[in-house]
Ligand binder design. Structure first.
Ligand code: TYD
Ligand code: MG
Length: 473
């Protein structure tokens, strides 16, 4: 008797298995495996001997056409795309539910349409009235956007083909709500998401329209993770930050037509997402009083300097394995900085819980933040506030040395502009001055020494012990 083949698909990464498992072997996601109806087509056969059409090869160096960019007029949005949308390209706009994807794309649609670019907005999530209400709130009602509420991909494609004028930009919100009637799986499953995206991308390539696809990401991966889509599209834009924060950071994590290090910064207001065109001071504390565990990092995001508050909390932990909690930074990098501080500067964190937070919901990728993180940790551990008029940057190596980082001059200049007076930085930054007094830090030992000598000895010894007493008493 022929066994019935069963078909299980990881909803996060798309890996296929023949049995259910609790943890995906491909991406290590828990509870992401779901049974799906197997694809109907038969197993692929080889090509056989029948020849194909002879494709044409051309020289690499040919008369290229200049890239056209469709600008939404929302500068922070266009910046993330590298200057605007590219006709015939496909972009995925992903983020947690409620973060502002629909809002931003409706604003973008209105911007494009207002410039005379035919724009279509198809929503599978909201009804026409709902979208109109939102557009009214955003002050975008007047824009000539072609609006539709639909979920059947066949209908959507037929509708788009029939639009006159043909759309230059097509926005689909969201990919998880669409379905192909030729597939048995439910909307939102990997099979549906992948097939729907494939059809939409084919439409974009064929028609020359720029395609924007919205994708939800859930932390537990319950909905088909748009991870499978990342490989299919030209550009992937992620919303960073959390709903609790008023700021929204939009970042390109993949871009075939531009840089990936630019961020767009927005503020969520009653009238939609407002651009923050000069965000350098956004992630600084409003009240700059000296508090231990707080360091100001002079960072660079893309082409713009950004000053960011880094907060650390170090509290004595009960015996066992201490906690390491990080928000907005890489936890592996934190482990490295802690290990270097212990091995090279003799400052142990073994008996302490460590919490590290990047203020404002931003995520820092730069290694240049190492020294600022180390300073926040040492300051918290020794209960000694850092100089509030100083910014900090520098990369830390495993041997404890502080290494130079890119664009020191730009970092210092922005810090000076925002009223900082001093900088703790790698040796090479001294020449860049920029109006600040640059104190060079060559090794992590120097950092620990500097903060250690600034603290009254008795308090230093009593600090963690006092906490321990409170905890157990
Ligand atoms: P939305 O764009 O619907 O999120 P997504 O499409 O990513 O799921 O944003 C929803 C949130 O934004 C919602 O909690 C309300 C808030 N919001 C405002 O604060 N102001 C506004 O003008 C709009 C339209 C939404
Ligand atoms: Mg939405």
């Amino acid at each position: 008797m022929a066994r019935i083949e069963r078909h299980f698909v990881c909803q996060a990464c798309g890996a296929v298995t023949s049995r259910w498992v609790g943890r995906c072997e491909a991406c290590s996601g828990w509870n992401t495996i779901v049974e799906e109806a197997p694809a109907r087509e038969a197993a692929p056969k080889g090509l056989g001997t029948k020849p194909g059409r002879r494709i044409e090869f051309v020289p690499l160096d040919g008369p290229g056409e200049p890239l056209v960019r469709l600008e939404t007029g929302i500068a922070e949005f266009d910046r993330v795309f590298g200057g605007g949308l590219i006709p015939g390209s496909a972009a995925l706009v992903a983020g947690d539910p409620g973060i502002g994807k629909s809002t931003l794309l409706l604003q973008a649609a209105a911007g494009l349409a207002a410039k005379g670019l035919p724009t279509a907005y198809v929503s599978g999530e909201e009804g026409i009235e709902q979208i109109r209400l939102r557009a009214a709130r955003l002050g975008a009602s007047g824009a000539p956007v072609a609006l539709a509420a639909a979920t059947s991909l066949r209908d959507i494609l037929t509708g788009l083909e029939g639009l006159d004028p043909a759309p230059c930009v097509v926005i689909v919100d969201s990919i998880q709500t669409l379905f192909l009637d030729s597939l048995d799986s439910a909307p939102g499953t990997v099979a549906q998401v992948r097939a729907a995206a494939h059809e939409l991308i084919r439409f974009a390539k064929r028609s020359g329209a720029a395609l924007l696809i919205v994708g939800h990401v859930t932390k537990d991966g319950a909905i088909a993770g748009p991870k499978v889509l990342e490989h299919m599209v030209d550009t992937v834009i992620y919303f960073e930050g959390e709903r609790g924060h008023q700021f929204r950071i939009v970042r390109a994590i993949k871009n075939r037509f531009g840089p990936t290090d630019e961020i767009g910064v927005f503020e969520m207001t009653g009238g939609g997402l407002k651009e923050v065109s000069n965000p350098s001071a956004l992630f600084l504390p409003a009240d700059r009083s000296p508090v231990s565990g707080t360091a100001i990092f002079a960072g660079i995001e893309g082409t713009r300097p950004l000053l960011i508050e880094i907060q650390a909390l170090v509290v004595s932990a009960p015996p066992g394995s201490p906690r390491r909690t990080v928000v907005g930074w890489d936890s592996g990098r934190l482990a490295m900085v802690l290990a270097v501080l212990e091995a090279r500067a003799g400052l142990a964190f073994g008996g302490y819980d460590v919490f590290l937070n990047v203020a404002g919901g931003l995520r820092i990728e730069e290694p240049a933040a190492d020294l600022a993180v180390a300073a926040a940790l040492v300051s918290a551990r020794l209960e000694t506030p850092l100089d509030i008029s100083a910014v900090i940057f520098g990369e830390i190596g495993l041997s404890g040395e502080v290494r130079p980082v890119a664009q020191a001059a730009a970092r210092l200049k922005e810090a000076a502009k925002l009223g900082f007076e001093r900088a703790l930085a790698p040796r090479d930054a001294a020449a860049a001055g920029g109006g600040l007094v640059v104190e060079t830090v060559a090794r992590v030992e120097a950092l620990v020494e500097r903060l250690g000598s600034g603290a009254p000895k008795a308090r230093r010894a009593a600090g963690p012990m006092r906490k321990a007493v409170e905890r157990h008493g």
